[in-house]
Design a protein around this ligand. Structure first.
Ligand code: HEC
Length: 458
């Protein structure tokens, strides 16, 4: 009896993140006295001049009630044991109705998919062909021993199913006043995925990274040279990776991460299915502290000591890849010293810590976090869903686009304050926002470090 009670308490405790979401607390939402502003969010920030073809549409009619349809069937698959089957089932769910319409989700007849607002903002913001944002650099030899080009980058677009879009809509109820005062908690059943492309020139892409053969190529208005992020033009980019995140109450910490790598040698009729399951992870193995990484892979190094990650060992299905820190899960265009779980556990507002200790702006700061040290291991600590990384921040529940959306908005609001006040709200009753922008000198890992905390001035 006591045992059972303990079990129930434990289970309830593990998922308290579903209880204290932004929408269920008593405290008034920001600007609750005013009618919520529903001016549509911009679709994208960058596009070729005088273009008259079809453009990216931000899917932003977020559900106003928690969707009640039954969970997809993969919520019954044992994701630890039957990880391959599980990943294929999630992939099917993400593809249904989407691959036929090139992921223009407004034409999907099977189910609703949504995008995160405010990714149009800033120099890396969304482009207008497919809604892609500029992401991380791809270093020489990161993809394959033949990859000599050192200037390529990753660009990507993320999608949210209806359950997760409900939470986005709650945070962004007022389009001019997102709720950043409460920790966020995505509901069980949330499915997020992201398609990632690489900016290698089409003429040499297959020589550089042979698994890009039979590729899926998209138009993009982006900077192919990661080192010159403002030099955008219309180019083509190759599908290389797909990421998934599933909020599943069965997972020990609430979230499951999965990754697929493109392998054109599989030569599937539907090219999108050349995205082969690379691995799955439901935790960051906080007790494994050995410093190891494989930034220029010739083989995939699988670390069998990890108990919260499974990597696909099939060398026919996948080419050699680098994975993450000490072989935790990461995709080909991710940082080999990090992991999905690690980076995403820092999703919070204000963003008081970088995605990785390697991204602190100065060498002096970085030196305080030797890989594997207790200070470093804070980034591999198995935070649970809904738990903020820093105690003075609110959790954005592992969604880095959600934390970015609020940061970008507040950055814009701070710089546009006069225009904002006169154009949209006749009287500004709330205290203005005071930007505290910490500029970084690190140009390769600028991801989020350039716009740090923007804290309301009281
Ligand atoms: C170096 C840090 C880093 C690593 C490692 C990383 N991500 Fe992310 N991820 C980000 C950032 C930053 C964003 C938000 C901006 C964007 O979309 O690129 C993001 C966005 C996403 C999104 C869109 C949903 C959202 O709001 O966060 C998904 C899904 C995702 N990542 C999954 C993964 C998976 C799966 C892995 C591992 C295979 C992974 N990520 C590894 C930093 C990282």
């Amino acid at each position: 009896m006591i045992k059972r009670l303990l079990f129930i308490l434990l289970v309830a405790g593990a998922f308290s993140c579903t209880q204290k979401s932004a929408q269920t607390t008593d405290a008034p939402a920001v600007d609750s006295a005013k009618a919520a502003d529903k001016t549509p969010f911009p679709d994208f920030g960058f596009m070729v001049a005088n273009y008259h073809g079809p453009v990216f549409k931000l899917s932003q009619n977020y559900p106003e009630a928690v969707p009640t349809e039954p969970l997809p069937d993969f919520f019954k698959i044992d994701f630890k044991k039957d990880w391959h089957k599980y990943l294929e089932a999630v992939r099917t769910y993400c593809f249904e109705g989407n691959t036929g319409v090139d992921f223009k989700v407004e034409y999907n007849k099977v189910r609703g998919w949504y995008h995160m607002p405010w990714q149009h903002y800033g120099p890396k913001g969304r482009e207008g062909f497919h809604g892609l944002t500029q992401e991380a650099p791809v270093k020489a030899f990161q993809l394959a021993p033949t990859q000599t080009i050192d200037t390529a980058g990753a660009i990507a677009v993320g999608f949210y199913n209806d359950v997760s879009a409900y939470t986005i809509g709650q945070v962004w109820k007022d389009h001019y006043s997102p709720d950043s005062l409460h920790s966020v908690a995505f509901k069980n059943g949330s499915v997020l995925f992201k398609l990632l492309f690489v900016t290698l020139p089409k003429s040499v892409a297959v020589q550089q990274a042979p698994f890009l053969v039979n590729g899926v190529w998209w138009d993009a208005f982006c900077a192919p040279n990661f080192k010159k992020p403002n030099n955008r033009f219309k180019t083509q980019v190759a599908l290389i990776q797909m990421d998934i995140m599933v909020r599943d109450d069965r997972a020990p910490n609430g979230w499951i991460f999965g990754n697929f790598q493109y392998n054109g040698a599989l030569n599937k009729t539907n090219k999108w299915e050349n995205l082969a399951p690379l691995g799955i992870s439901w935790g960051d193995d906080p007790n494994i502290t050995t410093n190891a990484s494989n930034p220029k892979p010739t083989v995939t190094i699988i670390n069998h000591a990890l108990v919260e990650t499974v990597i696909n060992p099939d060398t026919k299905e996948l080419p050699p890849t680098h994975l993450g820190w000490n072989s935790r899960l990461n995709g080909p265009v991710d940082n080999p010293m990090s992991s999905c779980y690690s980076c995403h556990s820092t999703a919070e507002y204000p963003e008081n810590s970088p995605l990785s200790p390697l991204f602190f702006p100065t060498q002096a700061e970085r030196d305080k976090y030797p890989p594997g040290s207790p200070a470093w291991m804070r980034w591999f600590a198995n935070l649970k869903c809904g738990q903020p990384f820093d105690k003075d921040s609110k959790s954005m529940d592992f969604s880095l686009q959600l934390s970015a959306s609020i940061q970008y908005f507040n950055e814009w609001k701070a710089t546009q304050a006069g225009l904002y006040a006169s154009a949209y709200k006749p009287a500004l009753e709330k205290p203005m926002l005071k930007p505290e922008v910490i500029m970084t000198t690190d140009t390769t890992h600028k991801r989020h470090t350039e716009y740090r905390a923007i804290i309301p001035a009281n």
